[in-house]
Design a protein around this ligand. Structure first.
Ligand code: F6P
Ligand code: MG
Length: 461
């Protein structure tokens, strides 16, 4: 057994965890307090809700103090909330490891602490009757989507136009592959932090990023690219004549999910797959992740003419197409507690029988392709370990590489961990990042400017 590289730690100034826990978490907690306050002050709140809301705010303020003071973690005490047991188990394992003394907010393993933070906040709401189903991030998710109108218009228009050339495209596999690539990239860059490719740009910018030259330019920033392998997997499966299902392990609601739907509709319309399943989070998670209710919210928001006043017929066409597939059962949603525990995705395996890993392993066995979206999911895939960045992706995902699961990560890089790069690429980007005046070259990988498309066939043979 080879020893695994260490995790990324919050006290490492070379890691993006360092500034994340010192400033980004603080800001996130502050926003949570503000949004809870505005819910308290809204007409929806009765007296009980108000007083429970005040308790929640008190708890969050204490948590903020713990962060500022680099306090130690204390185990969860609520046994009735699913998944917390996993956190406590990991905490006690880590306590007995060389990491023991480091289990503090500003010091310990970044990924574990980040997952813990969101769960601790969630407990405050879950434990209070009037707040159990409150999604403190809902306002933010929707507002971000509303600020993405131009990207939405462009894509519904692109989707509608695609129908005109459909007969021809279906006959010409090479051309179809070009469109596949376009839709994969749309879903990939839908994960970019700044959404700069589509969302916040001017109409002119958007027109230019839709051009093939601009796509070619952003393609250069995809620094590991297994797109061809995913195309082969999908088209070879199509020839076998068995039902084909694509699973999305979703990331963010709103614009990113909208781009995932674009990709899904393309795959279904062109007969590349028969069924699409969206795997959602069971609770508010990492600010903007998609819960099942966010799927309907996105569609309802698209139908809101005050939020998306233009291109109504293209929007309607898009929504009708989505609804048609939902009604026929070809688009479905699923959820699992597994996605919001601390365990890395190497635990999607028959051995993980406590928290849903074994069920997911079984379910994914007959998936044509599991599309795993975004940064946090990628960190869970690779266990957020300090892999040399030219480590093969299939090494970094551990047992999953031999799990029988065909998967692809579509991720814009917003954290330290990365694998699958060619030799020398990391060094080149570190140099480049420093030449722009940044103190630590390694942090190119947390900037959201680069991306990876990394595939595993699920068999090391
Ligand atoms: O940049 C780091 C981060 O805030 C992480 O905390 C988290 O992994 C990620 O971004 C969230 O990004 P995504 O929505 O792409 O998973
Ligand atoms: Mg997310």
């Amino acid at each position: 057994q080879t020893t695994l590289p260490p995790y990324y730690y919050n006290d490492d100034p070379h890691s993006f965890g360092f500034s994340t826990c010192r400033s980004r978490w603080v800001k996130i907690l502050k926003n949570i307090v503000e949004d809870t306050e505005s819910e308290i002050n809204s007409s929806k709140s009765n007296e009980l809700k108000k007083s429970q809301g005040a308790e929640i705010i008190g708890k969050i303020e204490n948590l903020s103090k713990d962060l500022a003071n680099d306090a130690k973690l204390t185990p969860f005490t609520n046994d009735s909330i699913p998944g917390l047991k996993s956190f406590n188990e990991t905490l006690s394992k880590l306590k007995n490891s060389p990491d023991g003394p480091r289990l503090k907010w500003l010091t310990g393993p970044w990924l574990f602490l980040e997952c813990w933070l969101y769960r601790e906040v969630d407990v405050f709401y879950k434990e209070r009757s009037e707040w159990t189903n409150f999604d403190v991030f809902e306002r933010l998710k929707r507002e971000t989507f509303f600020s993405s109108t131009l990207g939405v218009y462009e894509l519904v228009n692109r989707y509608k136009k695609l129908q005109d050339g459909k007969a021809e495209l279906i006959k010409d596999q090479e051309l179809l592959k070009v469109v596949y690539e376009e839709f994969i990239e749309i879903s990939l860059w839908g994960n970019a932090t700044d959404l700069s490719l589509l969302a916040n740009a001017t109409l002119e910018d958007i027109k230019s990023v839709q051009g093939s030259a601009a796509r070619a330019k952003s393609r250069k920033n995809i620094i590991a690219n297994d797109l061809d392998l995913t195309w082969d997997r999908i088209t070879i499966s199509a020839k076998l004549g068995k039902p084909r299902r694509v699973d999305f392990v979703l990331d963010n609601a709103g614009f990113e999910f909208f781009t995932d739907v674009c990709l899904s509709l393309f795959l279904l319309d062109f007969g590349l797959v028969d069924e699409v399943v969206y795997h959602c989070k069971t609770r508010p998670w990492m600010v903007s992740d998609t819960m099942i209710k966010d799927v309907k919210i996105m569609i309802d928001d698209l139908l809101d003419t005050s939020k998306f006043p233009e291109h109504r017929s293209d929007i309607q066409f898009f929504v009708d197409s989505f609804t048609k597939y939902q009604n026929s059962g070809q688009i479905k949603t699923a959820e699992s507690e597994f996605w919001t525990i601390d365990l890395d995705y190497g635990n999607i395996s028959p051995e993980e029988t406590q928290f849903g890993g074994a069920e997911l392993w079984k379910y994914f066995q007959d998936s044509t392709l599991v599309i795993i979206k975004g940064d946090l999911n990628y960190r869970k895939l690779t266990a957020d370990r300090h892999w040399p960045r030219d480590t093969p992706f299939t090494t970094a995902i551990g047992k999953l590489a031999d799990s029988g699961i065909h998967l692809v990560a579509l991720r814009t890089c917003k954290a330290d961990v990365c694998a699958g790069l060619s030799k020398g690429k990391d060094e080149e980007l570190c140099e480049y990042w420093k030449s722009l005046g940044n103190e630590y070259g390694e942090l190119w990988c947390s900037s959201g400017k680069w991306a990876v498309i990394s595939y595993s066939s699920g068999s090391k043979k």
